[in-house]
Write a protein that binds this ligand. Structure first.
Ligand SMILES: Nc1ncnc2c1ncn2[C@@H]1O[C@H](COP(=O)(O)OP(=O)(O)OP(=O)(O)O)[C@@H](O)[C@H]1O
Ligand SMILES: [Mg+2]
Length: 216
């Protein structure tokens, strides 16, 4: 059971600040939505939380792990074991079929589990599309591959960047159910960036990101 803690986080590109002084905590089993205008820094913040981007001030800790103290390799290993990330742009690998894409986190951990992959494909409604290549899928189907891949290894920290942006309301609802169930069942901390009021309404807490900081 691992808590995510962000303390006085600041990030800038050159002289231009993206955000500064961000402080918040996400408890195990908690679903926090981050809302805010386009360009305010939601994706940048999620990338920092995943240790994929660097920040200029403050601290991010996940349990006893201080992300700022890890080198790139340690961060990669931490991320592999602890993080599920649904990217805004999916980042599905084009030369792997759907099932192989979903299986990737398990493979990297040496925990191949075809049954678990099938379970996740079914959970996102893609049980019959495992052998397809990503280019043969619709945008919403690709998004669901990304979600299945983020959940397959039962990560303690789930980061989702606009994960329902390409989905119809019914499918979006099912995907949110799935993220929510995983959060509750495994005590994962879920941070979801979204413009969708429907998605935010499902969260335990909504944080609003702006140039002035983050408020909840
Ligand atoms: N590599 C970069 N160099 C300079 N500025 C950047 C870079 N990447 C992002 N930015 C800027 O940082 C700000 C935050 O971008 P980010 O993608 O985090 O916004 P967002 O809140 O996720 O927006 P959206 O809702 O459109 O997804 C934006 O103003 C963007 O132009
Ligand atoms: Mg974004």
């Amino acid at each position: 059971m691992t808590q995510l803690h962000v303390d006085q986080l600041g990030k800038r590109y050159g002289a231009a600040p993206v955000f500064s002084g961000l402080c918040f905590t996400v408890a195990p089993g908690e679903f926090v939505a981050i809302m805010g205008d386009s360009g305010v820094g939601k994706s940048t913040l999620l990338n920092c939380l995943a240790g994929l981007d660097h920040w200029d001030a403050g601290r991010i800790t996940h349990g006893s792990t201080d992300l700022g103290l890890l080198d790139d390799r340690q961060r990669a290993l931490w991320r592999r074991a602890q993080v599920g990330f649904v990217f805004q742009a999916f980042h599905v690998l084009p030369h792997l079929d759907v099932a192989q894409n979903v299986a990737l986190p398990l493979m990297l951990l040496g925990r191949n589990d075809a049954q678990r992959v099938q379970h996740m494909l079914a959970a996102v409604g893609l049980q019959d599309l495992g052998a397809r290549l990503p280019q043969q899928l619709s945008g919403g189907q690709l998004q669901r591959v990304a979600i299945a891949r983020a959940l397959v290894h039962r990560p303690a920290l789930l980061l989702a960047d606009e994960p329902t942006g390409n989905l119809d309301p019914a499918t979006a609802g099912r995907v949110l159910d799935l993220l929510h169930a995983q959060t509750r069942a495994h005590g994962a901390a879920l941070v979801l960036a979204t413009h969708s009021d429907a998605a935010a309404a499902r969260a335990d807490r909504v944080l609003r990101l702006s140039a002035e900081g983050i408020v909840g």
